[in-house]
Design a protein around this ligand. Structure first.
Ligand SMILES: Cc1ncc(COP(=O)(O)O)c(C=O)c1O
Length: 393
């Protein structure tokens, strides 16, 4: 018997909740089951809420800094969960990982520089590069029967032509890959050879299903550590994205100095008092226990989708993710164009997924489904999928 219950369905409507209260704006249908943005319908654990309430007992919410306990919580978490011994002096803040990506792009490249990404991939990887006037260079993943891998030959050619950095999604959103040490070593070696900084977005690193194991690319060798900027956050894992707090790990002194300058220039370095308290409560032994149960629960949700689709709707192809709570469903067998597929899902089935094209043209025909919710919600969504697509020719 677990300590935690993830089955309760708690209404999030009318709480200025992006996932629920933006449905009309996003889908044109305010009634869809929202299974899109990467935010969980599992409440933030009570030990985090308590830590925030406790801080409120002190009637001053003035300027604060991140104290030694905060740094120690990250150091311990990384050491224990990911086997990477980091130094507190390598750490700095980011007001969310997307904001951090903007900072590193400005800190480590100049307008017109080339930046490599690997589609289909998290859409802000495109927008942060483009909105900063840098040039996007695409190194699409190779897809074979739903399994994704890195195209190293192409990466080597692109790297040879020069690039300031490569932004890596590790684990990968949306395809759910947890990159192996071998894969990361090959990628890291190419980037090191051509002086391309690896910016590793590891926001999903704690959401990994056994036997897969997250490996921070910077932990592989000292050379990689010196060439990598790693982003992390407690926000996905513990459902605290609204606290807009993340962190960056930069072992290279020069790179860290430039990052700090950029953060200071943007005036965004102060952070968030509740974000600090939440992280300390999250990256703890309690957090570890809660997360173990959460991952078991999500894996149960994934199995439910897998079994249902295989038995009742095999035309929707799906490979179990190795990490993340995001499922990458392949609807290409139906032959619908994107508008027709979206219409079927949103209007006929009443489901709010992320359209695959949002992750790049490689995502056309796919949809991203977020299963970070009570199992009853997953079951309801599956019933609607079967009712709608079971009859499609
Ligand atoms: C790969 C990846 N990076 C970053 C983010 C967003 O991070 P933040 O809310 O800290 O900006 C997400 C959210 O879905 C994500 O999937």
């Amino acid at each position: 018997m677990g300590l935690y219950n993830f089955d309760d369905s708690i209404s999030r409507e009318n709480s200025a909740c992006v996932k629920y209260d933006s449905r009309k704006a996003i889908f044109g249908n305010p009634e869809v089951i929202p299974m899109w943005v990467a935010d969980m319908d599992i409440p933030t654990p009570s030990f985090i809420l308590e830590a925030i309430k406790k801080r409120c007992e002190h009637p001053f919410l003035g300027y604060t800094f991140r104290d030694d306990d905060y740094n120690r919580a990250i150091v311990n978490w990384y050491g224990q969960r990911h086997g990477w011994v980091i130094q507190p002096c390598w750490l700095d803040f980011c007001p969310g990982v997307v904001s951090g990506l903007n900072h590193v792009i400005r800190a480590f490249s100049k307008p017109g520089d080339r930046i490599i990404i690997q589609p289909p991939v998290y859409h802000p990887f495109y927008s942060t590069v483009e909105s900063n006037g840098r040039v996007l260079v695409l190194n699409p993943l190779i897809e074979t029967n739903g399994n994704y891998s890195i195209n190293y030959d192409e990466l080597e050619m692109l790297a040879h032509d020069g690039a300031a950095m490569l932004i890596l999604s590790s684990p990968h959103n949306p395809v759910g890959r947890v990159w192996t040490k071998d894969e990361l070593s090959r990628l890291g070696a190419i980037c090191a050879k051509y002086n391309i900084i690896v910016v590793s977005d590891e926001i999903h690193s704690d959401l990994v299903y056994a036997p897969h194991k997250h490996i921070p690319i910077a932990s592989i060798s000292e050379a990689f550590a010196q060439n990598t900027v790693t982003f992390g956050s407690a926000s996905k894992t513990f459902n605290i994205a609204g606290l807009t707090s993340g962190f960056v790990i930069i072992p290279n002194e020069q790179l860290l100095k430039r990052y700090k300058q950029e953060l200071e220039a943007s005036g965004a370095g102060m952070g968030n008092i509740f974000g600090n308290e939440a992280l300390k409560a999250a990256f703890s032994s309690q957090g570890n226990r809660w997360l173990a149960e959460l991952l078991d629960y999500f894996y149960g949700n994934i199995l439910l989708v897998d079994e249902t689709l295989r038995q009742r709707l095999p035309r929707i192809r799906f490979v179990q993710p190795q990490g993340t709570y995001l499922l990458w469903l392949d609807f290409r067998d139906f032959g619908f164009d994107e508008a027709a597929l979206n219409g079927k899902l949103i209007i006929d089935a009443g489901l709010g997924f992320n359209a695959g094209s949002g992750f790049g043209k490689e995502g056309v025909g796919f949809q991203r489904m977020n299963i970070a919710c009570p199992r009853t919600t997953v079951q309801l969504a599956l019933n609607r999928l079967v009712a709608t697509f079971g009859t499609s020719r």
